[in-house]
Write a protein that binds this ligand. Structure first.
Ligand SMILES: Cc1cc2nc3c(=O)[nH]c(=O)nc-3n(C[C@H](O)[C@H](O)[C@H](O)COP(=O)(O)OP(=O)(O)OC[C@H]3O[C@@H](n4cnc5c(N)ncnc54)[C@H](O)[C@@H]3O)c2cc1C
Length: 398
């Protein structure tokens, strides 16, 4: 959506195909980081964007082994917004889709599911999609696969995937929110278990991390096992976990960390999770996908407008983004292995000694200045991108 918006704004004809009828998916995460807010400012839409309901996180923290800790302090970032805006991603996508309608070059087709690519002489020249009105064939100078971690596009393109392994999956559920709840604690960590709460205004969207592939064994047991686990790690939920009536109230989200060996072939480029699936660690995947879109638009807008696009340009996008993606995926895999590597089941474990903190966290509590480093990594990421594409398209209202 972001790449479509940027290209249309720069005068390139774009069609965005989305397989669902709306963006109301629960699995996307809700964090709009300072780097993305900076992009919105560069596009001149930040003030309008921030009028949408959201909460602002200036510090990121958690409760580790019973101790409240602050991990990142975003208030010193060299960005206009020194906070993470917590906003459901469907609001973010709706905002872009609405603003994009101002450009005649921008079209979004909902309920259009890409089923295959059109390939001639090894060159991708379009895509087939299934729509409620029947099959659709779209021919284009460039097809961009931005269809997430189970990408059809990358599979049909025959691009090779390197899997880096993720030791975890996530159970996703809603719990009610009370006015007295603390809004600041995001993650609860104890004895290799992690429970994350995301403030969605009138309820908590919660994530409980389980070992990869462990859901079937867990489901075979009574839901009370999960209720007890959650209540023991996040005691404030004790009076509301009963809302999890049975396993239908819990959704399994599979976590993948992988990357394409090459993100492109003639006529086709993959970006976002389709090129490099990110795990939820650090909550940075959305922002990396946005950064890919900005870099891709910067490099591709002019050759697409002039009709001179070639694989050299597509490779330039991959080259531009690869370092940031490698570093971030390495950090995600490393952190997950350190935290969850030894976790074998969701059976009760002995609680950690209350008050015992791993040494990096102890350092962050003793020397608050150090909290600026994780803030930079989470808030801005490696190699933040800036909008370089001009606004060429004439907005409809102009
Ligand atoms: C459990 C979990 C929690 C996470 N939490 C966070 C978080 O809090 N913050 C964060 O930054 N990141 C988070 N992430 C990572 C983040 O979700 C991804 O990195 C990010 O969504 C990638 O964006 P994307 O646009 O590439 O793909 P997606 O967000 O997956 O979007 C792909 C889009 O393509 C559509 N689509 C798929 N197939 C087709 C098709 N064949 N035809 C047409 N349309 C199609 C989908 O409907 C979807 O709209 C989390 C990941 C997981 C697994």
């Amino acid at each position: 959506m972001m790449l479509g918006y940027l290209l249309a704004r720069a005068g390139v004809d774009v069609i965005v195909l989305e397989k669902h009828a709306d963006f109301l998916r629960d699995f996307r995460g809700d964090t709009v980081h300072p780097s993305t807010l900076e992009v919105m400012a560069e596009l001149g839409v930040l003030d309008d964007f921030l009028t949408r309901p959201h909460t602002e996180l200036r510090e990121i923290g958690g409760r580790v082994n019973g101790v409240e800790v602050t991990i990142a302090d975003l208030r010193h970032l060299p960005t206009r917004c020194k906070f993470v805006a917590v906003m459901p991603q469907w609001d973010f996508l709706n905002f872009l889709a609405e603003r994009g309608t101002a450009f005649p070059e921008f079209r979004v087709l909902m309920r259009a599911e890409v089923s295959d690519l059109i390939i001639e002489a090894g060159h991708v020249i379009g895509a087939h999609a299934d729509t409620p009105d029947g099959p659709l064939e779209i021919r284009a100078e460039l097809v961009v696969g931005a269809d997430g971690r189970h990408s059809t596009v990358r599979e049909r393109a025959g691009l090779t995937v390197q899997d880096f392994g993720a030791p975890i999956d996530v159970l996703w559920m809603r719990l009610s929110k009370h006015p007295s709840d603390s809004g600041s604690v995001l993650g609860y960590f104890d004895a290799g278990r992690l429970f994350v709460t995301i403030d969605r205004g009138d309820y908590w969207q919660c994530a409980f991390v389980i070992p990869k592939g462990g859901f079937d064994a867990l489901r075979a047991r009574d839901i009370q096992v999960l209720r007890d686990e959650i209540a023991s790690i996040g005691p404030f939920t004790r009076d509301r976990v009963a809302a999890l009536h049975d396993w239908n109230d819990v959704k399994l989200l599979t976590v993948v960390v992988d990357r394409l060996r090459t993100w492109h072939r003639p006529g086709l480029l993959c970006i976002g999770d389709a090129a490099h699936a990110m795990s939820p660690m650090g909550g940075v995947g959305i922002n990396l996908a946005i950064q890919d879109a900005v870099a891709a638009a910067n490099i591709l807008a002019a050759p697409l407008r002039d009709g001179t696009i070639s694989e050299r340009h597509l490779h330039a996008v991959e080259r531009r983004r690869l370092f940031a993606i490698r570093v971030t995926q390495w950090a995600q895999v490393f952190a997950a292995a350190r935290i969850f590597g030894s976790v074998a089941s969701v059976a009760p474990r002995p609680p950690s000694r209350t008050g015992s903190l791993p040494w990096p966290l102890r350092l962050l509590q003793w020397f608050p200045y150090l909290r600026r480093f994780p803030a930079r990594f989470i808030g801005m990421g490696v190699r933040p991108e800036h909008v370089r594409t001009p606004e060429i398209a004439k907005a409809k209202s102009a």
